[in-house]
Design a protein around this ligand. Structure first.
Ligand SMILES: [Zn+2]
Length: 279
């Protein structure tokens, strides 16, 4: 796990941004994956994805959101996990809304995320639809999801589904929700094992971020340090409510964002040269 000082810095990139993207980044949203063997390469926050896969469109219980961003590509293990999550919710006449995975070749994104670079990260919205719910195209495409006030049984099931999957490395959630779940009882109470995988991070007030372990077919994938032992409800969680933690949630200008993005591309592992191929 990165330390909290660098985390403060990194968190500056995790804002969403509605500016028009420069030409090359809009090309990124439409280009295709490489056809080579699937492999997640490098770090979650500095890497790329070779041979990415996506959904067939026939999956049940899943709605993709913000498709115009072109971030619906992932390692097959991630597509498989989400497909199974959709099947599970579909059995109960519910649908889950999937946000960003990775770009077709992974790599840095200019807006929205620091990680999601190796096809192993996905955002899943807290908002869960029943099969009768009508959801407008605008709400799904324009990031118009309302932030969430209270987690209910559906959201607990969502967290449990992912936390129990052996391929999942960790799940990020807003510190406020983490605290509530640490104190929850009855149907909202998570097991210690589920709490262990569920970790606080900035943002994430309308979604969870699910991260897979490095897959066995990806020898160049760099694992993150292990999650500290325990349920993450003690001192570690208290830090998130300090002034130091809160100061990490700042804003950043568009120009700075662009400069950071271009810098990250330069630092990508050598094996990720295909990421810059069509710039
Ligand atoms: Zn995310």
């Amino acid at each position: 796990m990165i330390n909290k000082t660098s985390a403060l810095f990194l968190s500056l990139f995790t804002i969403s941004c509605s500016h028009n993207l420069p030409d090359f980044t809009s090309r990124l949203s439409t280009r295709l994956p490489t056809e080579s063997k699937t492999e997640s390469i490098g770090e979650y926050s500095l890497g790329c994805l070779q041979g990415a896969q996506t959904f067939t469109g026939k999956e049940k219980g899943l709605i993709l959101s913000q498709v115009k961003r072109g971030r619906y590509w992932g390692h097959p293990d991630l597509i498989n996990l989400l497909t199974r999550a959709g099947e599970e919710f579909n059995k109960h006449n519910k649908k889950i809304i999937v946000g960003d995975l990775s770009q077709s070749r992974g790599g840095p994104t200019i807006t929205g995320h620091n990680s999601h670079q190796t096809g192993l990260d996905v955002d899943v919205w807290f908002k869960i639809l029943s099969s009768k719910d009508e959801v407008s195209f605008r709400a799904i495409e324009m990031e118009d999801m309302n932030s969430f006030e209270e987690l209910g049984v559906d959201q607990i099931k969502l967290i449990q589904f992912f936390a129990k999957d052996p391929s999942v490395e960790r799940i990020f959630i807003n510190p406020g929700f983490k605290k509530k779940l640490c104190q929850a009882s009855g149907a909202l109470k998570l097991s210690a094992e589920d709490q262990h995988k569920l970790r606080a991070w900035w943002g994430h007030d309308d979604h969870i971020h699910v991260r897979l372990k490095c897959p066995s077919d990806s020898s160049q994938c760099v694992s993150q340090n292990l999650i500290p032992a325990g349920d993450g409800c003690g001192d570690d969680l208290n830090w998130w409510f300090t002034d130091e933690a809160k100061s990490g949630a700042g804003d950043i200008s568009w120009e700075e964002l662009k400069a950071i993005y271009l810098e990250k591309i330069k630092k990508l592992p050598e094996q990720c040269s295909f990421y810059s191929d069509t710039f």
